[in-house]
Design a protein around this ligand. Structure first.
Ligand SMILES: Nc1ncnc2c1ncn2[C@@H]1O[C@H](COP(=O)(O)OP(=O)(O)O)[C@@H](O)[C@H]1O
Ligand SMILES: [Mg+2]
Length: 251
């Protein structure tokens, strides 16, 4: 089942940069879809379209459709706050809140009006378990989040998104600052999470793309060059430009 259907999406920033050109792409549920390619290809721009974060930047024109469960999220009538709860985002640098570990998990729910301690504790535990962090922090939930290692902070950010019970998780180079062991933990968590969520990942390397992709899309300068199952794309790319990039022959 396709959770997200992107049809003929174009995005132009205020300075005239055409960062996405006629992108059509289906994003299936319960899988990891990877968007990869060199810097400037439009990967982050596309992720930001999927939860309307681009509303906060200077965009000149957006056209096309992005259907989430069949409803166009680019429709001006879309409830953007509700959309961002359904479609959560994890960024490259972990941005923890200046709160305790528990506070980072419960903040969003408290903002949404939840006051019951039992519910908040439950949500915190749930998010931390899903992000594969619970065992490491269960005895120190009241410590400041900033005391965690970089890898733990990144999983905390993932846990914070998960505590809001989203349907889609967007991750923009979530392991770019992490060591291989922490990276492995985040990747392992994503493999578990895809059983219940739709995951869209911008990897920090071709190797990570190949390791994690159920489906992979190669982006080059605002264009979607090739889209296939990860297995197919990384073993038998159909387009020469994809092959050159995968094999590191890219100038
Ligand atoms: N806020 C912005 N204003 C103007 N141009 C932008 C903005 N964000 C990104 N761009 C441009 O859009 C293109 C795609 O960028 P981006 O989506 O960040 O690519 P990627 O994530 O693949 O590196 C680039 O040319 C970039 O300079
Ligand atoms: Mg980017």
């Amino acid at each position: 089942m396709n959770k997200i259907v992107i049809e003929n999406l174009n995005l132009q920033y205020a300075d005239g940069t055409e960062s996405l050109r006629d992108i059509s792409l289906n994003i299936p549920a319960n899988a990891i879809s990877v968007l990869f390619g060199p810097a400037g290809g439009g990967k982050s721009s596309l992720l930001r379209c999927l939860n309307r974060l681009n509303d906060l930047t200077e965009v000149r024109a957006v056209s096309g459709r992005i259907l989430l469960d069949g409803a166009d999220i680019l429709d001006p009538k879309t409830d953007v706050i509700a959309l961002r709860r359904r479609v959560g985002m994890v960024f490259a640098r972990p941005v923890t809140l200046p709160l305790t570990i528990r506070g980072n998990l419960t903040y969003g729910l408290e903002l949404a009006g939840e006051k019951r301690k039992s519910r908040l504790d439950e949500a915190a535990e749930h998010g931390l378990k899903l992000a594969a962090l619970w065992d490491e922090v269960r005895d120190r939930l009241d410590d400041p989040a900033i005391a965690l290692s970089g890898g733990q902070q990144q999983r905390l950010c993932l846990a914070r998104v998960l505590a809001l019970q989203p349907e889609v998780i967007l991750l923009d180079e979530p392991t770019s600052g992490l060591d291989p062991i922490s990276t492995g933990k985040v990747e392992a968590a994503l493999q578990e999470l895809k059983k219940e969520y739709t995951i869209v990942l911008v990897p920090h390397s071709v190797q990570q793309a190949a390791r994690t992709a159920d489906f992979a899309a190669f982006f080059l300068q605002g264009e979607l060059v090739e889209w296939a199952s990860g297995k197919e794309l990384f073993t038998h790319p159909k387009v020469k430009r994809t092959e050159d990039y995968i094999e590191g022959r890219f100038g």
